[in-house]
Design a binder for this molecule. Structure first.
Ligand code: ADP
Ligand code: ASP
Ligand code: MG
Length: 420
């Protein structure tokens, strides 16, 4: 008997018919003699709709109340799925994150799991019932308030549960047939990869490929959980994401192209070019609570000894960081701070890059042919990222995908979802 964790994303449980379809898949897996623990996301675009609703009653939503509100989405889908399974003759019980023993830190909206005590889940599984858990939520261990794990966080619930239950397999069911070489909604000729190493998957996820939540991939790597990413709407085996390096595994030069249009760029102009200034500026940025991504500093001219520093950060953090820098302008001694919300980031990822020169030249040449200007560049051992105009991002992605000869013969199938 195997213990299988199955996670179903929002588009897989978007309406009553889809919930019944998922119920049948879960029952099939249980009837094959497996213990099944299911993690569900909120139905369709429920989370976005709840956020819109909150924004329509306040401009300054408090994290604690937002988390209680948003956690309601997953409670609806978990209970409906349990009702459907029981109606079809199966046996299932649903649990909130709190009931499933998922404790987190207290960072509302972006909480990190630090412990899972899945006693009730284990009991239910041992009794031969399906345990259904509301994804994306936990509770603050100190004050017992509801927390959420960040957008897309149900993947992390599933991987963390698989680790806590020592599951044999963690299946992530979604609206496409696995991990593709690019988002099939942007690049219709993207091709599905059959297997991918965890480091490339981590770079793709953290570069904006929302097929998996970045924290889920980090968790899988740390706790050695293998994942199978596949569609709810087909029998295709999808993509295996291996948490450990296997010797027989091929390392493609480029595994995929990812894009991110959720970032902004801030430029601090006229920074005195003396030791310690970057430290002072980025202390202010980090005290404002922002996570920065790329940084570029230009060389000062010999006459004025002033330089400019640009960096990217999530769009949602831009206003508070600009304000924090303005508040400290006289102490920091810079001339001006500007921002740009219309940027897009394109990343090319591949474990084989370590040993193959020429990837950046090929990327830059492809962008030049398409008349796309590169505004910033950053690299890791297995990734090259560039910042472009947001308006050019989708076209640039298709061009780069073709330039690296990743185009498939056929168009990828997107089975459901709005891509919101
Ligand atoms: P779920 O609700 O199942 O969690 P998401 O919308 O979070 O689904 O993630 C699935 C979507 O991720 C796909 O529909 C696709 O548009 C997008 N996506 C982005 N990059 C990739 C990629 N490299 N491979 C597959 N899908 C991707
Ligand atoms: N419902 C949450 C979201 O839309 C979590 C998830 O779907 O994974 O972000
Ligand atoms: Mg998701």
């Amino acid at each position: 008997m195997s213990l299988i964790v199955q996670k179903f994303g929002g588009s897989s449980v978007a309406d009553a018919e889809k919930i019944k379809h998922v119920a049948r898949r879960v029952i099939e897996c249980a009837n094959d003699g497996n213990q099944v623990c299911v993690v569900v996301s909120a139905m369709g675009d429920t989370t976005d709709e709840l956020i819109d609703l909150a924004n329509s009653v306040t401009d300054t939503p408090r994290g604690r109340e937002m988390d209680i509100l948003l956690s309601a989405g997953e409670r609806i889908s978990m209970s409906l799925l349990a009702l459907a399974i029981n109606d079809m003759g199966g046996k299932a019980k649903s649990f909130t994150g709190f009931q499933a023993g998922i404790s987190t830190d207290s960072k509302h909206g972006e909480a990190r799991i630090f412990d899972i005590k899945p006693e009730r889940i284990k009991e239910v599984l041992e009794q031969g019932e399906v345990a259904i858990i509301a994804g994306f939520q936990g509770f603050d261990a100190t004050v017992k308030d509801v927390t959420t794990l960040g957008r897309g966080g149900s993947d992390t619930t599933a991987v963390a549960m698989a680790a806590a239950l020592n599951a044999d397999l963690c299946e992530i069911y979604t609206d496409v047939d696995g991990v593709y070489t690019a988002d099939p909604r942007v690049v219709p000729r993207a091709h599905r990869v059959f297997e991918i190493d965890i480091d490339s998957m981590l770079e793709l996820a953290s570069s904006g490929a929302k097929i998996l939540h970045t924290r889920a991939v980090e968790f899988a790597r740390r706790h050695q959980v293998d994942l199978q990413v596949r569609s709810t709407f087909s029998q295709d085996p999808g993509t295996y994401v291996y948490s450990k390096k296997r010797d027989d595994m091929e390392e493609p030069i480029v595994s995929g192209v990812a894009t991110d249009d959720t970032q902004s760029k801030i430029t601090v102009i006229g920074v005195p070019d003396i030791p310690g200034k970057a430290g002072e500026i980025f202390s202010v940025v980090s005290e404002a609570g922002a996570n920065i991504d790329m940084i570029v500093q230009n060389v000062s001219t010999t006459e004025d000894h002033l330089s400019d520093i640009s960096f990217t950060l999530p769009h949602s953090d831009r206003a508070k960081v600009v304000q924090a820098l303005k508040d400290q302008q006289s102490e920091l001694g810079f001339a001006q701070v500007t921002y740009d919300d219309e940027i897009g980031k394109l990343s090319v990822v591949g474990a084989g890059m370590k040993t193959h020169p020429g990837v950046s030249a090929k990327l830059f040449r492809a962008l030049a042919r398409a008349n796309v200007n590169i505004e910033m560049i950053s690299t890791s051992e297995i990734r090259i990222s560039v910042v472009t105009r947001a308006s050019q991002l989708k076209e640039a992605t298709r061009i780069v995908h073709s330039a690296f000869e990743l185009d498939a013969e056929q168009t990828a199938v997107v089975y459901a979802g709005t891509g919101r």
